[in-house]
Design a protein around this ligand. Structure first.
Ligand SMILES: *Cc1c(COP(=O)(O)O)cnc(C)c1O
Length: 248
């Protein structure tokens, strides 16, 4: 059997175990407060800026899902983790450039940040050429309607950045599978207001795509509120791994 703790020191492993216990307790409490079953919420460990050894250690502690936001870093880390004999589910959660699609489809299991019809097309072509099974995709929603900050815009007539056209493009793409929605609470918005708005959009979206039930929302600072508004996936970085050295 692979020694899953080989690449981190025991004190780091203990630190990760403590962070994981705290985050799991927060998720469990938020689920009971919301009257939801704990099994409805999956935690994605956002390991950006942290080394492959941390991913291997987290997997050894039972973490199944990992999130990364930069292709170059993620590709190298995924290769290292695979070489250690560990196979978590990799979620790409960052802004994605079309010229990175060919790389991302090789290691990602889910891409959560599709927010334009053109990106959906590029990802579909890359997935068709570079994978033997469909790629799960979440459409990223812009909660404040400002496309400059990423996310497809609800109620927009923009044929490239409107949420309707983007969802339709993903749903119709042969090598992609539409799984649901993802969002980040905009800076300067109360999370309560942001996730209430997101829940409205999600209701509309599920009317059109009833099988696409994933809702990825909530991070270290606001996961309880997101769970209260129906998040099925929370993306947790700093509360689990510690403060990142730089803001990203
Ligand atoms: C970094 C990041 C997270 C995790 O943020 P924390 O506040 O550290 O939990 C979640 N989602 C996205 C899209 C991120 O880039």
């Amino acid at each position: 059997m692979t020694d899953r703790t080989a690449t981190v020191r025991p004190d780091r492993r203990a630190e990760l175990a403590a962070g994981l216990a705290r985050v799991r307790a927060r998720i469990a409490d938020a689920c009971s407060a919301a009257g939801r079953d704990r099994t409805e919420v999956t935690m994605i460990a956002v390991t950006k800026t942290y080394p492959a050894g941390d991913v291997v250690a987290l997997a050894g502690l039972g973490v199944t899902d990992v999130g990364e936001n930069r292709d170059q870093e993620a590709a190298a880390k995924a290769a290292e983790v695979a070489a250690a004999g560990v196979a978590p589910r990799w979620h790409f959660i960052g802004q994605l450039q079309r010229n990175k699609c060919r790389s991302v489809v090789r290691y990602a299991d889910v891409v959560q940040s599709v927010d334009s019809v053109r990106l959906a097309g590029a990802l579909d072509a890359a997935a068709a050429a570079g994978r033997d099974r469909p790629l799960d995709v979440l459409v990223q929603v812009s909660i404040d309607g400002d496309p400059a900050r990423g996310g497809a815009v609800p109620d927009s007539a923009d044929p490239d950045r409107g949420l309707g056209p983007v969802a339709e493009a993903v749903a119709g793409a042969g090598a992609l599978r539409l799984g649901g929605l993802m969002a980040v609470a905009p800076l300067g918005w109360e999370p309560e207001r942001a996730f209430a708005r997101l829940a409205e959009v999600t209701g509309w979206f599920r009317g059109l795509y009833p099988a696409a039930t994933a809702l990825s929302a909530g991070m270290s600072g606001d996961l309880e509120i997101a769970i209260g508004y129906g998040a099925t996936h929370v993306r947790v970085g700093s509360a689990l791994l510690g403060m990142r050295p730089t803001l990203r």
